[in-house]
Each structure stands twice: as structure tokens, then as C-alpha cells.
Ligand binder design. Structure first.
Ligand code: 1GP
Length: 243
């Protein structure tokens, strides 16, 4: 089954949790350890990416070690056009829709389109929307940040994304954000669109994950919590069991 098919299949039964691993944040062995603990805690997929300082060699090695040590499917979450690995199960073919820089909306995607086709890696089209405070991705991605509770603007982007045929929409506050996208934004979007909604950035407690899931978030992503916590299993199990 394709990775996207697997996501949709799981969503028929439950909410989905994805663990984000940034290969630039720790050693390969540590990335593998996080993935092992995340699988034990019940995460559904591993997203690999995040920062822009990663080349394809490090991507390959990270995907390889995670696939050797777990049975989880890996999805590349590219921060730059260099972050492509044919060893991953899929890659988000994503557009930072609220960027001011055309490179993040369509430029990088055009440059890598032929390569991705040749590698025959599964591509999952995804609309990426960055909300305040945006953190590093808001700055580097030159985003016109959407206010965390601006339901009207978020809804217009979400409908545009679905109309374009995007398969997923990702509401991002930025990795390590002190806040996360408001529940009212998630609710409003879910009233209008059918594609799965991913929420990430700043989710560190079971209460946050639970209230976003109750608001309608289909997929919850956590990254920072696994990097800052010595007990990855406990930190993730608490969040995953709440959704
Ligand atoms: C970042 O949404 C992800 O792209 C995860 O955010 O690191 O804050 O969990 P955190």
C-alpha cells in the first residue's frame, strides 16, 4: 500500500501521530534510538527533515538506520531541495503557500520534479501554511505569517489548497514554538474541507494534542519533545494515548 493510502486507512480508524526527526540535531545512533522509542510509544510514521542544513547523504543514512531498526514508514519533510533520499518511503511534495518568495511556493518543486520522477519515490502533495510565531521556518521561508486564531485567512488558504488538489494540509506554528495553532482555526477549516489536516509546532503536552484532535486535527506532529526529552517513550506515549 502507498504511504498516502496507509495514512488514509489509519485515519478511518483513529487519529494519526507522526514523529519528526531532524537528522542535523543529533547523531545517527541517537536518531535511530528516538525512532525505536517512538515506535514503542505508538507513533504511526516517521517524518525526517526540518532544518535546511541536511544533505542527501545524511538523509540516506538516517532513513537507512531508521528503516533497519523499526518497521515504521519514513516520509521526507524537506527543508531544502537537497533533502531527497530515494531510500525513504515517500516525500511531501509541499508548497509553502503563504511565502513571499516564489522559490518556496513553486521554485524548488519545479527544480526537483524530474529527479523525483526518475527516483520513482512516492510524492504526497501537501499545502504548508505557517502561522505565528513561525519560528525558523517562518523566517527562512519568508512567510506572511497567519495569526494563530485568524480563521478567515486560514480557511481561504485551506480551500485554495484543496481546490488545487493537494492531498494534505499542514498547519505549522514552527518547530519549538511556544504556542500552537488555535483550535478555532482547525475547527473552521474542518467544516469546509475533506483532505486530512496536519497540525504541528509547539505541541508538547497531552492536553494540547487532545484539544487539537478534538477540534478536528487528523494528524498530530511532534518533534522538539523527542529531542529535549531523555525519556522519549514516556513523553510520546502520553501524547499519543491522548489522541
Ligand atoms: C515542526 O511541526 C513540527 O515542523 C514539529 O514542531 O518541534 O515544536 O514539535 P515541534
Amino acid at each position: 500500500m502507498s504511504v498516502y493510502g496507509d495514512i488514509i486507512d489509519k485515519l478511518k480508524r483513529k487519529k494519526v501521530h507522526m514523529t519528526l526527526i531532524d537528522p542535523a540535531s543529533q547523531s545517527l545512533q541517537e536518531s535511530a534510538r528516538i525512532a525505536i522509542e517512538a515506535e514503542r510509544a505508538g507513533t504511526d510514521f516517521i517524518m525526517i527533515g526540518g532544518s535546511t542544513r541536511i544533505n542527501s547523504e545524511l538523509m540516506d543514512k538516517t532513513v537507512e538506520i531508521i528503516k533497519a531498526k523499526t518497521s515504521l514508514k519514513t516520509i521526507i519533510f524537506p527543508g531544502s531541495p537537497e533533502m531527497i533520499s530515494s531510500k525513504a518511503d515517500a516525500i511531501y511534495y509541499m508548497s509553502l503557500m503563504n511565502s513571499r518568495n516564489i522559490e518556496f511556493i513553486i521554485g524548488h518543486q519545479v527544480k526537483t520534479s524530474l529527479l523525483l520522477r526518475k527516483l520513482a519515490i512516492e510524492t504526497i502533495s501537501m499545502a504548508y501554511l505557517v502561522f505565528e510565531p513561525g519560528m525558523t521556518v517562518g523566517r527562512v521561508g519568508e512567510a506572511n505569517l497567519i495569526k494563530r486564531d485568524d480563521c478567515d485567512t486560514a480557511l481561504l488558504y485551506a480551500i485554495a489548497a484543496e481546490t488545487f488538489g493537494m492531498k494534505l494540509i499542514y498547519l505549522e506554528s514552527g518547530s519549538g514554538s511556544p504556542t500552537y495553532v488555535s483550535e478555532s482555526v482547525v475547527k473552521r477549516i474542518k467544516d469546509y474541507i475533506r483532505i486530512p489536516v496536519i497540525v504541528g509546532g509547539g505541541i508538547r503536552t497531552r492536553e494540547a494534542a487532545e484539544s487539537l484532535a478534538n477540534a478536528g486535527a487528523d494528524i498530530i506532529v511532534t518533534g522538539t519533545i523527542v529531542e529535549r526529552n531523555s525519556n522519549v517513550y514516556e513523553a510520546l506515549h502520553d501524547i499519543i494515548s491522548s489522541i
